[in-house]
Design a protein. Structure first.
Ligand code: ZN
Ligand code: ZN
Length: 287
């Protein structure tokens, strides 16, 4: 099997709820959620548009009609959206982007962005060449195809809703799941089964990027999971590598370094995500 050496995942921002800026946050970074998948052949997919989107600009600002960026929203809480209005390429008429998400409670990506990027919240309309794609929820048995990728998704337990995504790269068989902003402890059996299915089928995900925001399980209805629950999910589905993200804005580098040490004792292949982290994305059981 041919392996594409340039395929990678880049974490543009790993902070949850609010961005932070202070020397105590330099190592893990203070920008909020934005994740890039780049196949090295012009296909760029971005999950969410938190302030970390700025750090991904060098990878995506050359997008054109032949290779538009596909931007998928997990949901529209502001920490996952607030990087977009100030992202310079959306004012370039030659820049091409497709905004996509499953429709939930009648809210499409077009409605959500029209509400945000308008007066009195923002002075300038987008001028890039943009398309809007409303995906069905739940995902059908047939994945949505974008260039060389198969995309699947499922709903998560979170206030106002949220979706996890799975990408399978058809040429290499590499797979990854991005699951942020959900409360594992409060998830019912059908919600847990849907996430397990997403992570396991058609085969266990090579990389699971999951949130671990909650400091403990004693925050009911807060909408988030603990890093220990991320380990539980990763082990249950047989994911090869776990990366934990959406760190709390109060968690300093020292706090997170301590957590990373505890995490590796529990699951040696797991890591806490940090801003700028690049993951080599390949099929990990390929011979
Ligand atoms: Zn969030
Ligand atoms: Zn949220």
């Amino acid at each position: 099997m041919m392996e594409n050496a340039n395929m990678r995942i880049v974490l543009g921002g790993v902070r949850g709820s609010a961005c932070v800026s202070h020397p105590d946050y330099n190592r893990y970074g203070g920008a909020t959620t934005s994740v890039l998948i780049d196949d090295g052949l012009g296909t760029r997919i971005v999950f969410d548009a938190g302030t970390g989107l700025q750090t991904l600009a060098p990878f995506i600002s050359d997008a054109n009609a032949a290779c538009p960026v596909l931007m998928l929203f997990t949901h529209y809480h502001l920490d996952h959206l607030i990087g977009l209005p100030s992202f310079a390429p959306i004012y370039n008429p030659d820049w091409h982007i497709i905004f996509a998400a499953p429709t939930r409670e009648g809210i499409t990506p077009e409605i959500a962005l029209q509400r945000l990027i308008t007066a009195p919240f923002w002075p300038s309309p987008m001028r890039a060449h943009q398309q809007f794609l409303s995906l069905p929820s739940p995902c059908s048995d047939t994945p949505y195809c974008h260039r060389g990728f198969d995309l699947r998704w499922c709903a998560l337990h979170h206030r106002n809703g949220c979706h996890a995504y799975r990408l399978d790269h058809r040429n290499t068989g590499a797979s990854m799941v991005f699951a942020t902003d959900f409360e594992w402890a409060a998830s019912d059996e059908s919600e847990r089964a849907a996430l397990f299915k997403l992570c396991r089928e058609p085969r266990p995900a090579d990389i699971l990027i999951m949130e671990g925001h909650a400091p403990s399980a004693h925050f009911p209805d807060w909408g988030h999971s603990t890093w220990m629950e991320a380990v539980e999910v990763a082990q249950a589905v047989g994911a090869h590598q776990l990366v934990i993200t959406h760190h709390g804005p109060a968690d300093t580098d020292n706090d997170l370094s301590q957590r990373d040490r505890e995490l590796k004792i529990l699951l040696p292949s797991a890591r806490l995500g940090y801003q700028g982290m690049e993951l080599e994305w390949r099929r990990q059981d390929a011979k």
